[in-house]
Ligand binder design. Sequence first.
Ligand SMILES: COC(=O)N1C[C@@H]2C[C@@H]3O[C@]2(Cc2nccnc23)C1
Length: 130
Amino acid sequence: EEQEDKVLQALRLYLRHLTDRLVTDRRFQVFKRPVDTTEVMDYLQVIRSPMDLSTLQANVDANRYSTLAEFVLDADLIWRNALSYNPNINPMDRRIRQRAHALNDTMHFFIRDELSEDFERKCEDIKASR
Ligand SMILES: COC(=O)N1C[C@@H]2C[C@@H]3O[C@]2(Cc2nccnc23)C1
């Protein structure tokens, strides 16, 4: 329905705007591209579902997300994977965990501050009706 497609288009616009801000934040450059599994040989043994900001952007542009909740499931993989794969107390691991927590906090702060619960409910209702 025309009106419904306008809602989904608005969601896509918002998710693109949100992801663009994360991708350009210099704290999050380590999350910008997939981890290079030819360099990091054991990555796929430890991490079952890799995700990164460029893949997230591509998914938004491919209309993969019809609700905020679907987007957040993938976006949360990015920082959760980083916490899982980099658990040690050495400075490298500690720094990427700090960035993972910052990614989580920043993303959810933007969402809470900028997206109304009403809007997300409309997206969920459209999804349920299809
Ligand atoms: C989101 O990024 C990550 O979880 N990582 C973990 C990998 C271990 C370490 O840093 C990463 C890339 C890398 N490449 C070569 C040698 N060592 C490393 C990035």
